[in-house]
Design a protein around this ligand. Structure first.
Ligand code: MLT
Length: 406
């Protein structure tokens, strides 16, 4: 008889954002006349940049002619896009990345979820708490997380608490804690909106190199950095020997619907003489047929001079929403974090409400949807996340409704 992967049966509930979507859908069914403002999942609302749209049209036209039609593309990405990523994305940071170190994909969610495939099934893992749930759930599915505890933690995962006290920056494990083999870091951070300085990031790189650990660096929100902070872990010396970086077009260029991202696996990154670059290439070319030609042409357009100008305008729009949320809640005397170099605003729930208690209150009384901090891990209890990706009008209305409620 066929057997299932028992690890799936150990997962608690459903994926965080599916859970929220179900609750909101139940609410809207029961209250069809209520207007709902969604600042929960970090999904963008502005249309794609004109340069991107015109590249998509052009690519569609090519697909309509036998002379320019394209079928299967290179699984790891078209050279025209890999070259732009190397030249524009990394070039402006002064970071040298070879095109064959760049793996184009359908987004950072898939890659951060799949990267574990090339590591030992019983590798030890460290994550921040709170954390983007994909890192934890995918390790639980792979059987690396152990058993789920009533505390909300898995017993084989090392959690690095990110709290108000440490500025939401994970601390390096002490000398008596066995060094985790795989370390997930995300900056600017989802969900707290915190950022990491080059000095702190260098400490993590040094730690990983000393211990033979690999850092998975999720840089999906780097385009939101406004201060002098690292955009890529490869700005830190030695990172090429210990880090894999994930980037996304979702929040940078509004590709949440059309899907595009990339992962960098430097050639210096080797374990026991085996290059992880070759393993990831082997994994991707076997299990993935590449992002679509259309989408990659759209991605290429993002890196044109005009494309860059257009996406920067949209990012500025969302950054202004972040400012409106942040300043609006601060003016109410609330404790508010993030939102300066990140599209996420992390707030301490008022009146000591639990994260889900605040979620329910906000949904029922203000018609505003956010994400309960506890959904990102036990250290998120008592916190709440709002995103800056709504329309400017909805964002202002949401803050006004919250102000009226409290
Ligand atoms: C989030 O809201 O945390 C993100 O949008 C989810 C994602 O990127 O998958």
């Amino acid at each position: 008889m066929a057997r299932i992967n028992e690890n799936y049966t150990r997962l608690p509930g459903s994926y965080l954002f599916s859970d929220i979507a179900k609750r909101v859908s139940a609410f809207t069914t029961a209250n069809p006349d209520r207007s709902i403002i969604r600042l929960g999942i970090g999904d963008v609302t502005r249309p794609l940049a004109p340069s991107v749209i015109s590249a998509l049209h052009q690519a569609v036209a090519e697909q309509a002619e036998s002379a320019t039609f394209r079928g299967y593309g290179p699984e790891l990405g078209y050279d025209f896009l890999r070259q732009k990523i190397a030249d524009v994305h990394y070039g402006r940071l002064g970071v040298k990345i070879e095109t064959d170190e760049i793996f184009v994909s359908d987004g950072a969610k898939s890659d951060t979820g799949n990267i574990g495939d090339i590591f030992a099934a019983d590798s030890t893992v460290a994550v921040c708490d709170p954390v983007y749930p994909v890192y934890v759930d995918t390790n639980a599915m792979a059987g690396r997380a152990g058993h789920y505890q009533s505390s909300g933690h898995w017993d084989r995962i090392l959690y690095l608490p990110c709290t108000q006290e440490n500025g939401f920056i994970p601390e390096i494990p002490g000398p008596h804690v066995p060094a985790p083999e795989l370390i997930y870091l995300c900056f600017p951070n989802n969900p707290t909106g915190s950022t990491i300085s080059a000095i702190d990031l260098r400490d993590w790189v040094d730690y990983a190199r000393r211990n033979g650990s690999v850092i998975f660096y999720d840089a999906a929100y780097e385009a939101y950095i406004t201060e002098d902070l690292p955009h890529s872990i490869y700005e830190i010396e030695g990172a090429r020997e210990c880090a894999i970086e994930f980037c996304s077009f979702s929040k940078t260029a509004g590709f949440t619907g059309i899907r595009l991202g990339f992962t960098v696996v430097p050639k210096e990154l080797r374990i026991g003489g085996v290059a992880l670059n070759s393993l990831w290439a082997r994994r991707q070319s076997t299990k993935f047929n590449g992002a679509s030609y259309l989408t990659q042409r759209a991605g290429e357009a993002v890196y044109s001079e005009q494309g860059q100008k257009e996406i920067r305008e949209t990012i500025a729009y969302y950054q202004d929403n972040a400012r409106v949320i942040r300043e609006g809640l601060l003016a109410m005397g609330w404790s508010v974090f993030g939102g300066k170099n990140a599209p996420y605003i992390w707030l301490k729930t008022p009146q000591n409400l639990s994260s889900w208690g605040f979620f329910d209150l906000l949904l029922n009384k203000a018609g505003v949807v956010g994400t309960p901090g506890s959904g990102f891990g036990p250290a998120g209890e008592g916190y709440f996340r709002l995103t800056a990706f709504g329309s400017a009008e909805n964002t202002a209305t949401a803050i006004e409704r919250i102000r009226t409620l409290f």
